[in-house]
Design a protein around this ligand. Structure first.
Ligand code: 1AG
Length: 135
């Protein structure tokens, strides 16, 4: 039975979000606001097609993609950059490479003990977020 990421997930922890935001050049004032947010992920998985919504009281971000199919991503409301992005399965992990102006940029999602993990990386920074299923 393949892993199912679908559901609503609430943030439990957000390690080194500051470092990640500095790496993608988010300004000081925005970082101070964003650093306080507890985001929620709403994921819809339909086979290899995904919609991932990241929701917060400040801004929302949404992305839709199919595994293995490169897409044009604009990180609207984040650092507003254009990337050529592609998400692939590596075992049960989802690995996204975001090719663009910033080096070594991407993210990895996986599920462990019914918690959703997200590593966001850019250059030499890694932010690790952990989410629990919405009760
Ligand atoms: C992502 O996750 C990142 C989704 O692709 C957004 C998560 C964190 C925000 C990233 C950078 C901070 C940039 C600007 C700060 C301003 C506002 C913060 C708003 C936070 C909520 C949107 C991978 C996957 C979905 O889960 O694509």
């Amino acid at each position: 039975m393949p892993v199912d990421y679908s559901g609503t997930w609430n943030m439990l922890s957000n390690d080194n979000f500051e470092g990640y935001m500095v790496a993608i050049n988010i300004d000081f004032a925005t970082r101070k606001i964003a650093g306080l947010l507890k985001t929620q992920k709403v994921i819809r998985q339909d086979g290899d097609s995904f919609t991932m919504k990241t929701l917060s009281t400040f801004r929302n971000y949404s992305s839709s993609f199919k595994i293995g199919v490169e897409f044009d991503e604009v990180t609207q409301g984040l650092d507003n950059r254009k990337c050529k992005s592609v998400v692939n399965w590596v075992g049960d992990k989802m690995v996204c490479v975001q090719k663009g102006e910033k080096g070594n940029r991407g993210w990895t999602h996986w599920i462990e003990d019914d918690q959703l993990y997200l590593d966001l990386y850019c250059e030499d920074q890694v932010c690790q977020q952990i989410y629990e299923r919405k009760p």
